[in-house]
Ligand binder design. Structure first.
Ligand code: SF4
Ligand code: SF4
Length: 223
């Protein structure tokens, strides 16, 4: 979430920590799948999301590109996002006939969050409750940590912060690039190293390999 967005306009104005209670739980979204419709390319995926899709579906990046994810450009950076169907009422390709998420146990981070959003602060990640997003009025309170439901929250947040910072550095490098070839090569390198190449099987392996790859990428890109 960019700082220039007025948080008061899009949220209830509070910043939540992992152990805070927030009114986010809409009875398991029973009978509703509004969040999975008409999202365009806004459900962007980070490397852990793509790792989960690859391991959960036992597939590779190229196969995902044929029926799972799309590529778009956000702030000059190539970013994968969930693929949406092309019909008028476009919906996520993983929404099943019963209106439920077909990949619920390994759904992307943004789907885990909704209707919460992330704010990157000096002292770490804070969460906001987005207003005007979830159509259910009678939501109940749930602890933020439980809502996001990731096995190792500390490692997950560390990864999110590192990836967020790295993207900012890459965005700046692309903006400052004197020629299109540099920006294109940089984008292709980041896509290959952080999305196409595998990170092992488990989440633990993912975090280890990610940290090594980030170190290596910074050396190669920034010297
Ligand atoms: S991954 Fe699941 S929760 Fe996320 S948009 Fe697709 S169907 Fe909905
Ligand atoms: S709008 Fe609310 S109830 Fe409906 S799918 Fe989204 S979070 Fe669930």
């Amino acid at each position: 979430m960019e700082r220039q967005v007025d948080l008061m306009e899009i949220s209830d104005g509070k910043l939540y920590g992992l152990n805070d209670m927030v009114k986010a739980c809409a009875n398991n979204c029973d009978g509703c799948s509004a969040c999975c419709h008409g999202r365009g390319d806004t459900i962007t995926l980070d490397p852990l999301d793509v790792h989960h899709l690859k391991t959960g579906l036992q597939t590779g990046f190229e196969q995902l590109m044929t029926g799972g994810i799309s590529l778009g450009v956000v702030n000059g950076i190539i970013r994968p996002s969930m693929m949406m169907t092309e019909e008028e009422d476009s919906k996520c390709i993983f929404l099943n006939a019963q209106g439920r998420c077909g990949i619920h146990s390994f759904r992307p981070g943004l789907c885990r969050l909704f209707p919460l959003g992330r704010v990157y602060e000096e002292d770490g990640i804070k969460y906001i409750l987005l207003t005007g997003e979830c159509v259910r009025e009678n939501r109940t309170k749930v602890k933020v940590r439980k809502w996001i439901d990731m096995p190792d929250m500390d490692a997950y947040e560390k990864f999110l912060i590192e990836w967020h910072d790295f993207l900012k550095e890459i965005e700046a490098a692309v903006t400052d690039a004197k020629d299109d070839t540099f920006a294109k090569n940089l984008n292709m390198y980041v896509l290959r190293k952080f999305y196409v190449e595998n990170f092992g099987e488990t989440e633990e392996q993912f975090y280890l390999v990610f940290a090594q790859r980030l170190l290596e990428a910074r050396k190669i890109i920034f010297g």
